[in-house]
Design a binder for this molecule. Sequence first.
Ligand SMILES: [Zn+2]
Length: 286
Amino acid sequence: MPELPEVEALAAFLRERASGHVVARAEAASFAVLKTFDPPLTALSGLTVRDAGRRGKFLDLLCGDLHLVMHLARAGWLRWRDDIPDKPVKPGKSPLAFRFVLEDGAGFDLTEAGTQKRLAVYLVRDPLDVPGLATLGPEPMSEDFTVDVLAGILAGRRTQIKGVLRDQHIIAGIGNAYSDEVLHAAKMSPYKLAASFTQEEVVTLHKAIVETLADATARSAGLAAADLKGEKKTGLRVHGKAGQLCPVCGDTIREVSFADSALQYCPACQTGGKPLADRRLSRLLK
Ligand SMILES: [Zn+2]
C-alpha cells in the first residue's frame, strides 16, 4: 500500500505532469469505486488541473474548483499513461478501477487486483467532505508535529505503539510498512505500550518517525509513478523481509501474523533478542 512517502511522490508527479492541462474525461469502473454522486464525474470535463497534493494517504487533484480525492487502499496503485486507450472502462475482473484522461490523450489509471475494489474516489467541492480525511491526525512531516505533540498523543494510551502509529486518526500517513520501519529505527518493540514511553523514548521515537519518512520521501521524490512501488520495496529494512537478515545487526527478521496483516521486526534490535509471542500461532499449537 502506498503510504505518506509514495503518495507525496505521486502528488508531486501529478502536479508536474498534469497541472495546466485540461481534463477530457474521468470514468469509474463501478459505483463501488466512486463514493460521491454530486458533482458527477462529467463535471470534470473541460476543467483545468490546477494542483495536486496529499493529506495522510489521500491524493488530492484540484481541477477547477473541484477536488478529485483518491485513496488507494491496500492494493491500489496509480499508473500514468502517455496514451490512454479510447475503450470505455468496464466493471468486472479487470484491475482497472478508475480512469482519468487529459485532452492531450495522457492520463492515469487507478488499478487494484481482484473483483472487490477497496480503493476509493471522491469528487467534492471541499476535501473535508471526504469521510476519513476530515478526521485525520496531524501530519508527521509538518513543523507542528513536535516532540511535545507526540508525547501528548502517547500519554495515557493503553495500546501498543504499532497500532498507535498506524491509526490515521492519531497520526496521518503511516501504515503497516512504515510503522515497522519506524519501530526498527527506534529499536522498540511493536508491542510496547504507548503510555509507557519515557520522555527520552518519545524523543527517540519522534526522531525515528521524522527521519524514516524523510528518507523514504527523499528516495521517492522525482520518481515516475511506475517506479515508486519498486523503490518502496528496496528501501524497506524490515517490513516484508521476514527470514532475511537485519541490515543493522545481522539477526534474522521475524514476523507476527494477524487475521488480516503481519508485522515484521528484528528481535536483536527491538525486543532484547526475544521473539514476540504470536498469539495466532500459539493458539494453533495448543
Ligand atoms: Zn537488528
